[in-house]
Design a protein around this ligand. Structure first.
Ligand SMILES: Nc1ncnc2c1ncn2[C@@H]1O[C@H](COP(=O)(O)OP(=O)(O)OP(=O)(O)O)[C@@H](O)[C@H]1O
Length: 343
């Protein structure tokens, strides 16, 4: 898609979106509520017309420059949030629903699709109500994949599921899509976007802030706002000298070049590590001020000695310290600096 714009009642919702999805990959479209994800998806599907810009699928212009291919002719499979399956049809009838009449009786196709989404062939004759919410979402995916679409759109397909079903359904969906489908997954869940997307595009107020691999997005977010949106982040004032930055946690290596001068240094809480008792000359002294224990890990609030700053560290649950304890901490790995020059 190129230069896509859309306004509702004079209020701009998409501000010129340029984005491409490589064939055979899953792009996660991540953004907070109201950022324009659904509008973008509706424009791609052809449910909504953009005010400007173009959409091409498999090299074919489907929207823009006076063209508007109707949604049913775009070869897009669509999996909505929930309620996608028709309750009055069997699972098999649901799956073949979008196929030409002549192909609807092909039982082997239903079996193939059920297998693809990880459901037993015997489920074909069941009514959808006899399936769990996650299994129903898999049927919705099988139906979307049945006509071999060029592109599959997944609109928050896991959001109504509880945690266990979510994990199971996510796995089934990624396995099914690994067969080479090109897909766009709309989500407001950071971990879902990072774990499922080959690439992640972040939308904020109708603008794309960054499109990158999950690892690059997490490790080198374009802005401090994006850093805190993608995951927990500690931000400390600092000064850049060459390939290092000086801050209250020491002279740290930069993971991305930054202009010399005043910056905000971004450190992930998992990078703040406790020094062992033998490392007495290493690290910075801090007092444990708060502790939130989650079981497998814990978030520790640390007040740096000789400083007003409190930083947050994430440690394995069995290593969590006691409140009031004096510890030594150091930063592991590279950090990112955001210039304050414009302030
Ligand atoms: N048909 C419409 N008429 C008027 N305004 C609309 C319409 N559809 C969306 N909007 C507005 O456009 C903005 C973006 O909405 P959109 O639903 O695309 O965001 P979203 O990122 O999908 O949010 P959510 O995650 O809550 O679904 C919102 O301010 C919304 O109120």
């Amino acid at each position: 898609m190129s230069g896509l714009t859309k306004s509702f009642d004079g209020h701009a919702v998409l501000h010129g979106i340029d984005l491409s999805v490589a064939a055979g990959t899953l792009l996660a479209l991540l953004g907070p509520s109201g950022s324009g994800k659904t509008t973008l998806l509706r424009v791609l599907c052809g449910f909504e017309r953009a005010d400007g810009g173009t959409v091409e699928i498999d090299g074919r212009l489907v929207a823009g420059d006076g063209v508007h291919v109707p949604s049913e002719a775009r070869r897009i499979g669509y999996v909505p949030q929930e309620g996608a399956v028709f309750p009055h049809l069997s699972v098999a009838q649901n799956i073949v629903f979008g196929l030409p009449r002549a192909q609807r009786r092909a039982r082997h196709r239903v079996d193939e699709l059920l297998e693809l989404v990880g459901l037993p062939g015997s489920y074909g004759e069941r009514p959808p109500q006899a399936l769990s919410g996650g299994q129903q979402q898999r049927v919705a995916l099988a139906r979307a994949l049945a006509p071999a679409p060029s592109l599959v759109m997944l609109d928050e397909p896991f959001s109504s599921l509880d945690t266990a079903l979510r994990i199971e359904t996510r796995e089934a969906v990624t396995n099914a899509l690994a067969a080479g489908a090109t897909a766009v997954l709309v989500t407001h869940d950071q971990s879902e976007a990072l774990s499922l997307g080959h690439a992640v595009a972040v939308l904020s107020n109708g603008r794309l802030v960054q499109t990158d691999t999950p690892e690059a997005l997490y490790r080198r977010p374009a802005t401090p706002e994006l850093a805190t949106f993608i995951g927990d982040a500690v931000l400390l004032p600092g000064v850049v000298h060459g390939d290092r930055v000086e801050c209250e946690m020491g002279r740290l290596m930069l993971g991305r070049a930054a202009n010399a001068g005043l910056v905000d240094v971004m450190i992930r809480p998992l990078q703040i590590r406790f020094c062992s008792d033998t490392d007495t000359d290493q690290g910075h002294e801090a007092t444990v001020e708060s502790l939130t224990f989650y079981g497998h890990d814990a978030t520790v609030g640390l007040r740096l000695v000789n400083s007003a700053s409190v930083v947050s560290a994430r440690v394995a649950g069995h290593l969590s310290p006691r409140i009031g304890e004096r510890v030594r901490v150091r930063v592991e790995g590279e950090v990112i600096a955001y210039s304050r020059a414009q302030e």
